[in-house]
Design a protein around this ligand. Structure first.
Ligand code: FES
Ligand SMILES: [Fe+2]
Length: 418
């Protein structure tokens, strides 16, 4: 596709009109894999806390490409495509573990923690059968490697040689948001996975749109955990469509009792049968109770009270993605704190009290847009001239996402100078 023939006909260039085609077309999805996920971006793949020891590995994804993230004997981190260099089979079939070699089950080619080929059965012919030519060199048949970087124990990978250093890619205030959450060594508490029958970008939009939270999520409105009139801050990276937003919590109980919730979804006289669900201790002394940081293209980092998690968006097809949640606490948490985190984990995830509606809303969109791809989503909330850094309630961050996305999609993967 040349630059003269855009893949998508955008009715406007300000991100305020998004043709439904971008959520449904297979050719758009394929282009995204090349221009975005294999373009000059850092893709979140895992946490270092998930692979602390030499030989530890975890399977993950960059876009729809399966990869393995691993730690070598010298402690270095590596990532490689999980596809055998022989005939293309999935090599590592376990979700995580520890191993000295990754062995393909089909014909037993073996790779080390760096993705280098180390063993090939019947390499010399056996009784005149098989074998490879004398110039066959294992060095020529390793797994495809990705560049890896880690910041505060959060691991990112990229296919693209031109991706800038992570610190330049993220910039402030995104780095500050990550630094805050990963200021102490973390301990992974568990994972949740959910499959959403919708396009991955609908989730990218969802996490950049704070104002749906008080409207869509009845739990917030009813129990006062997130209110439109709460104090909030945020910040965005204009160039790359990352965004972070924070909410300062008042006491949710007081807010609930006073009716100071600013919504119409309040169910009168409701109270939690088990208020301990909402009890924890502040993790930070800055008063922030909710912080959602969305990093282009596929990572969301969250603090919702004491629930800390990464959410990895793993696209599967134009109308299908997996959302992979990694919950964590801190190594120095006491038992009470860990118990509070695990209880509060009920707030989020596939059946989370304040997040199950997100995937439902996405599927409601996907179902309704199977035709009429040239019709548009309408994104003018907050006003088109809203200041991205000040408008923390409107759709400014969503429009920024679409502007950046459109640039990446219409330029070649080497042509985006963000
Ligand atoms: S496909 Fe992996 S060894 Fe043959
Ligand atoms: Fe939501």
């Amino acid at each position: 596709m040349s630059r003269e023939t855009p893949l998508i006909a955008w009715p406007s260039h300000d991100g305020s009109r998004v043709p439904f085609d971008v959520f449904t077309r297979a050719d758009v999805f394929a282009r995204e894999q090349e221009a975005i996920f294999r373009g000059p971006v850092w893709n979140y793949v895992a946490l270092e806390a998930e692979l602390p020891q030499p030989g530890d590995f975890k399977t993950s994804f960059v876009g729809d490409t399966p990869i393995v993230v691993s730690r070598a004997e010298d402690g270095s981190l590596h990532a490689f495509v999980n596809r055998c260099a022989h005939r293309g089979a999935t090599v590592q079939r376990q979700p995580s573990g520890n191993t000295r070699q990754h062995r393909c089950v089909y014909h037993q080619w073996c790779y080390n923690a760096r993705g280098e080929l180390t063993g090939v059965p019947y390499r010399r012919n056996v009784g005149g059968m098989g074998g490879y030519a004398v110039d066959f060199d294992v060095k020529d048949h390793g797994l495809t490697k990705l560049r890896v970087t880690s910041h505060k124990g959060v691991i990112f990978a990229t296919f693209h040689p031109g991706t800038p250093d992570l610190e330049a890619y993220l910039d402030e205030p995104l780095l500050a948001a990550i630094d805050r959450l990963f200021s102490r060594p973390v301990r992974v508490l568990g994972h949740m996975r959910q499959r959403v029958r919708g396009n991955w970008k609908l989730y990218a939009e969802n996490t950049r749109d704070p104002y749906h939270a008080a409207l869509l999520h009845g739990f917030h409105a009813t129990f006062g955990t997130y209110r439109t009139n709460q104090k909030r801050t945020g910040g965005s990276d204009r160039a790359r469509a990352h965004t972070t937003g924070s909410t300062y919590g008042d006491d949710w109980r007081t807010a609930h009792q006073s009716g100071d919730v600013g919504q119409d979804k309040v169910v009168e006289n409701y109270s939690l049968a088990d208020p301990s669900l909402m009890e924890g201790r502040p993790d930070f002394n800055d008063g922030v109770t909710v912080q959602i940081t969305s990093i282009f293209p596929c990572l969301v980092v969250q603090q919702i009270m004491n629930t800390l998690a990464t959410r990895h968006i793993r696209p599967k097809a134009a109308d299908d993605f997996e959302l992979y949640w990694t919950y964590f606490g801190y190594v120095d948490d006491d038992e009470q704190m860990t118990a509070a985190r695990l209880k509060q984990a009920n707030l989020v995830g596939p059946a989370g009290l304040i997040s199950m509606e997100d995937s439902e809303a996405i599927e409601l969109i996907q179902r309704a847009i199977v035709r009429d791809g040239q019709e548009n989503a309408f994104l003018e909330f907050g006003g088109l001239n809203a200041d991205l850094d000040k408008d923390r309630q409107g759709e400014a961050s969503v429009r920024a996402f679409w502007r950046y996305y459109a640039r990446m999609m219409e330029l070649s993967s080497t042509g985006v100078d963000a």
